[in-house]
Design a protein around this ligand. Sequence first.
Ligand SMILES: [Zn+2]
Length: 271
Amino acid sequence: MIRKLYPYGKKKAFNVTYDDGVLQDIRFVELLNQYQLKGTFNLNSLLMETEFEWTHESGCVVKRLKIDDIQSLYTGHEIASHTLTHPYMDSLTKEEILYELSKDKANLERIFGKEVKGFAVPFDYYSELIEKCVKECGFEYARISEESYSFSPENDFYKWRATIFHCDGKLEDLVQQFVETDEELAMFQIVGHTYDLDIENKWNIIENVFEVISEQNDMLPMTTIEIIAYLKAMNKVEITNEYIQNNSEKSLWFSIDNVICEVKANEKYIL
Ligand SMILES: [Zn+2]
């Protein structure tokens, strides 16, 4: 029996995706690093230059990180775009949307010296036009503001949903189900803003989750783009009764009759 696995023969993938680039990210990244987990951070480059704080509806003052603070903070994690200025995009023209996306991408690439391939939608408005612009700007995925409550990775990378919002009361139960699931290529992705953890006093819950996840030997911490790039490569595989043909530029992993096996880029594995 052949079962698809994540890199290094791991059965499951885990990721967190956090928006807005705020002060609480410092404490959050420390936690991620402590548990050797990986995050995706979705940033608004212009607001990090110009607008350092705003008042959340709870009354809490939220401070954005400044560009000088972030260069080393996110080392080892993914940086993705969240638009230049965090607009509600329903009223924007195509040109304005393209500008918000492409300028943020270019700024982040300049700041971090690395290609930015991911995009997370600001607020909750998404449309065919925005999706078209996301593709035109060269992003490989768009995370929308909706959760899946599922362990199956999305088929449509331009309507990518995280599994659950971090302050959702079902978080710990769903993590437990994830630990127990035997679903093929199961993944779990938590979405949020780190300031929510202050406002809702939930740092202990997120740390408990990180602890549980880090104890699982069959789970691989991955960034969103690492998961998506791997799934794209896996989508090209050809599996017959006689062989597994890897048609991608990445190594792919399988369990073949319970033996973990790596099929290297563009190689054919004879069964
Ligand atoms: Zn946001």
